[in-house]
Design a protein around this ligand. Structure first.
Ligand code: SIN
Length: 330
């Protein structure tokens, strides 16, 4: 009997420090991100053939950017390419190389839009690096090997991030350090598992969305030229209404504000001036969502809370969720 199991891993390149180069191997700061093509990056990883265990590796350059410049157009292209590859019977998994700076937003976006039909059976693993490819000690090659190890685990599914030997679910992962290679955390939830010498030690269930459906169909966002404008404001000592009131003013050529996520203090608390401005925004038809600027914990619903809370999402992920909700009319 022939083995019908999928035999291909697809690696989609989007840029980032993992593909970055500097003039000197000792320079881990003054590099330029997104310089080396994904095929070349993969070819440079020692031990890749062994990690693949007989699977074919296919790569595709979807974008080549520093992820601080991540755009909706790249997200649209990426979601379409991931969906396309997951739908191929011979494809076992999709790995994505990405910059660390907006990695958690892309991971959450994919988690929200990829059809469960595919991600419940095949994993999507994002990986990255904090040191450029030219570094004396680059972390990209090991991260790529670890991402492949997770991608090839027999039961693997859902959208994950693999970095510095840890595996994180898209919902919980956050970049929490500016410099160290171990820059990601899943906060209270903890890592899903660890990759040790090519073996995954799984501590929690694979990260599947319990809602059983994507927030919006990829086809619906594929040709969207203008995404709903959703901004983030923060509460802080001496907070004011100025930012919110300014954003409510119409400006030529600027799409009208449709949503605001507030990175509130503590358990969703707001300076009274900012709260009053958010109330005005809400009365003007802007959807307001309250997240917390705290790195851990979530805004717990209180009986008289005026604005919806972010259901545990960080401000940047709550913004993605609100844009998708506005797109789907939710
Ligand atoms: C980026 O996010 O593209 C640059 C920074 C990094 O990857 O660490």
């Amino acid at each position: 009997m022939s083995d019908q199991s999928p035999k291909k891993v697809v690696v989609l390149g989007t840029g980032g420090t993992i593909a970055g180069t500097a003039a000197s191997a000792s320079d881990n700061l003054g590099y330029t991100a997104a310089q080396v093509g994904v095929a070349e990056l993969l070819a440079q990883v020692p031990g890749m053939d062994r990690a693949l265990g007989g699977c074919t590796l296919v790569s595709e350059q979807v974008a080549q950017i520093d992820s601080k410049d991540m755009s909706f157009a790249v997200w649209q292209a990426l979601a379409q390419r991931v969906q396309h590859h997951l739908a191929q019977p011979e494809v076992k998994a999709v790995v994505i190389t990405h910059g660390t700076d907006t990695l958690e937003e892309t991971a959450y976006f994919l988690h929200a839009v990829l059809p469960l039909q595919w991600v419940s059976r095949k994993p999507v693993v994002l990986t990255c690096a904090m040191r450029p490819a030219t570094s004396l000690s680059p972390d990209g090659p090991q991260n790529l090997l670890d991402a492949i190890a997770v991608a090839l685990c027999p039961q693997a599914c859902g959208v994950m991030v693999v970095a510095a030997g840890s595996v994180h679910g898209a919902l919980d992962v956050q970049k929490t350090h500016t410099y160290r290679p171990d820059a990601f955390s899943s906060g209270d939830a903890g890592a899903l598992g660890y990759v040790e010498e090519g073996q995954l030690r799984l501590l929690r269930n694979w990260p599947l969305d319990q809602s059983n459906k994507a927030l919006i169909a990829i086809e619906k966002i594929a040709n969207l030229s203008c995404w709903p404008r959703v901004e983030i404001v923060m509460n802080y000592a001496g907070g004011s209404a100025y930012m919110v009131d300014a954003m409510l003013q119409p400006l030529p050529g600027v799409p009208a504000l449709q949503g605001l996520v507030v990175a509130a203090t503590g358990n969703g608390t707001l300076h009274h001036a900012l709260e009053a401005a958010l109330r005005r925004a809400s009365q003007a038809g802007v959807r307001v969502v309250r997240a917390s600027r705290c790195a851990n914990g979530r805004v717990l619903a209180t009986e008289h809370a005026e604005f919806a809370h972010s259901e545990g999402l960080s401000p940047v992920k709550a913004r993605v969720a609100l844009m998708l909700a506005l797109m789907s009319g939710g």
